[in-house]
Design a protein around this ligand. Structure first.
Ligand code: GTQ
Ligand code: FE2
Length: 378
């Protein structure tokens, strides 16, 4: 949390390279700066204007086995309802000051809902999404439109939409949330409102109204209120994502260059009404690395969070190396080289690719002309 008490300026005249000689006049000058709340550029600007980004965030991995165990325990002993709002447990990056920040801009959490529970309506300026790595039975309700959630589904919820979650089923369900909470907090642009305690839509249809209107690629309903900077499509179903990736790899095998690199198929979730990212601040993608394939080490400005959807492999982020399996989540900080290797399929077959869900703050960097990518030279 930022210090809301005034912090005095402290300037120590010191004998160091690039610093003026320490004289009584300099000491007096620095006292004047302190009294007037001034800091000269030459004093200590090094880490404010580095030659390249040096992230405060650490590469870090959270194992799903541990996350789900603790979420289940929270389900037993922590109620969900007005005030706390959500049984969401945030990933706290170890070098971000004990705050619930996965990266300097992104919130990532595991959320858990027990049978017959309802997480009540609220809305906020923060953009959000859900991604389901296992289970089903919860409907997320967005502006009165109930949207069922199942394994592999991606469900965006743009800022300021009313949303609640209900679990009419007889089993508990977990999923992950991604939001731009840290970003909006740092730029001080957040608003929040409680909604009604009772859900207006109690029905649990198989298909959301959003999918009925927007769920067919290339077909835009003529009678809609636009523009829609946040995606009006509220669910991107696993069957489509899976088929798109399968077909990319199949076309590649047939000799067509359609993948981002050999053995690496990928799709971005986009807003069907403008072709841009589903949310104005958060990019979301799904990557499939064929068995035995490896990605080129990349450095990018901005930060990402990944969740392993399926398969096993090795992740390298800077000096960190992790063996990952289903559900595991990890952080790639800004300008830290990142690469993935998918484990070879059993007995050399090409089954058993590594499937990765990814979200990042790239739309923010792109809008501000700050996006840079570099292939890491070995
Ligand atoms: O489900 O509405 O992880 O408002 C954090 C804030 C989830 C939600 C989070 C939220 C929600
Ligand atoms: Fe929310």
């Amino acid at each position: 949390m930022p210090n809301t008490h005034p912090t005095p300026v402290r300037l120590e005249a010191r004998d160091a390279p690039g610093q003026p000689p320490v004289t009584p006049e300099l000491v007096e000058l620095y006292q004047g700066f302190e009294e007037e709340m001034l800091i000269p550029l030459w004093y200590d600007i090094g880490n404010l204007m580095p030659f390249h980004p040096i992230s405060k965030a650490a590469p870090h991995m959270w194992s799903w086995k541990n996350l789900i165990k603790l979420a289940e325990k929270a389900g037993e002993i922590v109620a969900v309802g007005r005030g706390g709002e959500r049984r969401a447990i945030a990933l706290a990056n170890p070098t971000l000051g004990g705050r619930p920040y996965a990266t300097p801009t992104l919130w990532a959490a595991i959320q858990y809902l027990c049978p017959e529970e309802v997480a009540p309506y609220h809305r906020h300026t923060q953009n959000a999404f859900r991604f389901v790595v296992e289970g089903e039975g919860v409907w997320t309700v967005v502006n009165s439109d109930p949207v069922p959630m199942r394994r592999g589904d991606f469900l965006p919820q743009g800022g300021w939409a009313w949303h609640a979650h209900q679990n009419p089923s007889q089993h508990s369900m977990a999923w992950i949330d991604g939001l731009d909470i840290p970003f909006q907090y740092e730029v001080e642009a957040t608003f929040f409102e409680f909604g009604p305690e009772e859900l207006d839509a109690k029905e649990t249809p198989d298909v959301s109204r959003a999918e009925m209107l927007w769920g067919r690629a290339g077909l835009t309903p003529l009678n809609f209120v636009g523009p829609t900077p946040k995606s009006p499509l509220l669910a991107y179903r696993w069957e489509f994502t899976d088929a798109a990736l399968r077909d990319q790899l199949q076309l590649e095998k047939a000799g067509h260059q359609v993948t981002v690199e050999p053995g690496h198929a990928a799709v971005r979730y986009t807003n069907p009404n403008n072709g841009l990212d589903v949310l104005p601040t958060i990019r979301t993608e799904f990557h499939r690395i064929a068995a035995g394939a490896e990605t080129a080490p990349l450095k990018e400005t901005g930060s990402s969070v990944f969740q392993v959807f399926d398969g096993t492999g090795t992740i390298t982020v800077g000096d960190s190396l992790w063996n990952v399996e289903r559900g595991d989540m990890f952080v790639v900080p800004s300008w830290v080289p990142f690469s993935v290797k998918s484990d070879a399929g059993q007995d050399g077959s090409d089954s058993g690719h590594l499937d990765l869900f990814r979200f990042s703050d790239s739309p923010i960097l792109e809008k501000l002309d700050l996006a840079r990518v570099e292939v890491e030279k070995n």
